[in-house]
Ligand binder design. Structure first.
Ligand code: SF4
Ligand code: SF4
Length: 499
């Protein structure tokens, strides 16, 4: 291994120690470009991080599968589903929030927020997202649980796979794949329920009356879930996901990561050997080389080799090692959330420390507060009516036989309230003008009123005719929309063109 590579590896020293024990790494020329797939049989484990992962799995999957059935009363003219992506109505509903197509910038804000939250999580405690919350991790964890239930834990499963396959082996594998497919099918089924009224769509799906696209999406998501969580598993994290690469560039020496404390663990010794060495006053590490930390790892990583792209930092090796240490009566935490800087400090006889608040984390927190605050403010103060204008392009103006000049516009009026509203349209900018709707007669008093249905937009043509002195070639004008009942106003600016 070159010095550069060792320096790049946050725990290169641990890797060098391990390599020294086996006589060093192979020359670079001998390293194959593609590693053959190794079947991983992760062993079940109990402990704090396993409990956290179960809790994360139950909460995230519970939300995903059940959310479409949560109801939210928005009144008689709106859907009653709490979270709904309504393509026909061009709306996104999220509880009390309703996003219109022209407000897609909220989605941009959400994406920015999500990425900065990810950066913050990474700066505080490494790949928390990967280890506990990423859909690939959560579904793979569920598929592993099913596999263990049907095919047994690591040892039993490995033994059965190595022996000649019997009817029982085939039967167990068959049951496992059927259960995986059921989970995958329900995952795809839950997905389509976010795009239509869930109870109605469930009935339609059951009776074969649902649109073809719903069946197609269920099929696609059944296939992807079954493939990604059942078969590709850690390969997705190792070869498909960009986040481990980005994360490695974003981390620093203060970030808490799942770390093998090689300052305490090395040199590795069996228990009796360690006792003998210690009795002779020679160094002996706490690691017994039992490999429990490797056996429980869902991606097959040996954390003792140092930081690894394949380590999703799920903390299961911490649980496994803590169990070993507890049995031996040694202090737990040989593998723990720790920083490289702490290891170096302890080797220098200095105490370790955790520094969550630093420039990087403060900056991320500030960006989250600002972006979140702006989004909340704009959501709370956004108007329930709107007007947009497009000036006719060709021709820009028309001179009438009496010498007056006419401009045409297309206006779109937005009513975001869940009841029908009446609006008056006004116009400012030119003194001697007449404004008319095309196809909508004015009231008897000459006022231009237009009604717009609940939660709808209405588009119409407007012509403005100037009868005054010849106007300048270009005049800034303002269209003003006023809610007759409440007096709430919205304006749009454009121009009046003349020869
Ligand atoms: S579980 Fe702990 S003691 Fe066993 S090999 Fe891993 S680090 Fe060493
Ligand atoms: S090395 Fe430990 S923390 Fe990393 S993926 Fe494996 S079990 Fe999880």
């Amino acid at each position: 291994m070159s010095l550069d590579r060792a320096a790049h590896d946050a725990s290169g020293l641990a890797r060098l120690v391990a390599e020294a024990e086996v006589g060093g790494p192979p020359p670079d020329d001998d390293i194959p470009l593609y590693a053959p797939r190794r079947q991983i049989y992760p062993q079940s484990v109990h402990g704090t991080f396993r409990k956290i992962k179960w809790a994360a799995l139950i909460v995230t999957l519970g939300i995903y599968y059940l959310m479409p059935f949560v109801r939210w009363d928005r009144g008689p003219n709106a859907p009653a589903q709490a979270v709904l992506i309504d393509f026909p109505g061009s709306r996104f509903y999220f509880f009390f929030i309703e996003i219109w197509p022209q407000e897609v910038y909220y989605l941009t804000g959400l994406l920015i927020l999500a990425s900065i939250v990810l950066f913050l999580m990474n700066a505080v405690a490494g790949r928390v997202w990967c280890g506990y919350l990423c859909p690939q991790t959560v579904w793979t964890d569920l598929f592993f649980a099913i596999e263990r239930l049907v095919e047994g834990d690591r040892r039993e499963h490995m033994q059965r796979d190595r022996q000649k396959w019997t009817v029982e082996t085939y039967a167990r594998k068959g049951v496992k794949h059927v259960l995986w497919l059921l989970v995958a099918w329900w995952t795809g089924g839950a997905w389509v329920l976010y795009f239509a009224d869930a109870p109605t769509l469930v009935k339609e799906l059951a009776t074969g009356e649902a649109p073809f696209v719903a069946y197609a999406w269920i099929g696609i998501l059944t296939f992807t879930t079954y493939s990604l969580a059942g078969h590709m598993r850690e390969q997705v994290c190792l070869y498909m996901c960009p986040w481990p690469r980005i994360q490695a560039a974003l981390t620093d020496e203060y970030a808490l990561n799942v770390t093998y404390r090689y300052d305490r663990g090395e040199p590795r010794c069996a228990v009796t050997k360690a006792n003998e060495l210690r009795a002779q006053g020679q160094p002996a590490g706490d690691c017994t080389n039992c490999k429990q930390c490797v056996h429980v790892c869902p991606t097959g990583v040996d954390i003792r080799q140092g930081a690894d792209l394949g380590c999703i930092q799920c903390g299961l090796c911490i649980d496994a090692c803590n169990a070993v240490m507890s049995k031996l009566g040694r202090a737990t935490g040989l593998i723990a959330y720790d920083t490289d800087i702490n290891i170096k400090r302890r080797m220098e006889g200095k105490p370790g420390f955790v520094k969550i608040m630093r420039l990087r984390t403060a900056l991320y927190a500030a960006i989250i507060a600002v972006v979140g605050g702006v989004m909340l403010y704009t959501l709370a103060t956004r108007e329930s009516e709107g007007i947009s204008i497009i000036h006719d392009r060709n021709p820009m103006f028309v001179r009438l036989s009496d010498g007056s000049v006419r401009n045409g516009y297309t206006i779109r009026i937005v009513n975001k309230r869940l009841k029908k509203r009446e609006f008056a349209l006004g116009f400012n900018g030119l003194p001697a003008t007449l404004i008319d709707f095309v196809g909508v007669p004015p009231r008897e008093d000459g006022e231009l009123w237009i009604d717009v249905g609940p939660d709808q937009t209405r588009e119409l043509r407007v012509v403005v005719t100037d009868y005054g002195l010849p106007p300048p070639p270009q005049t800034a004008v303002v269209f003003r929309l006023t809610d007759i009942a409440t007096g709430q106003q919205a304006t749009a600016r454009d121009h009046f063109f003349a020869p």
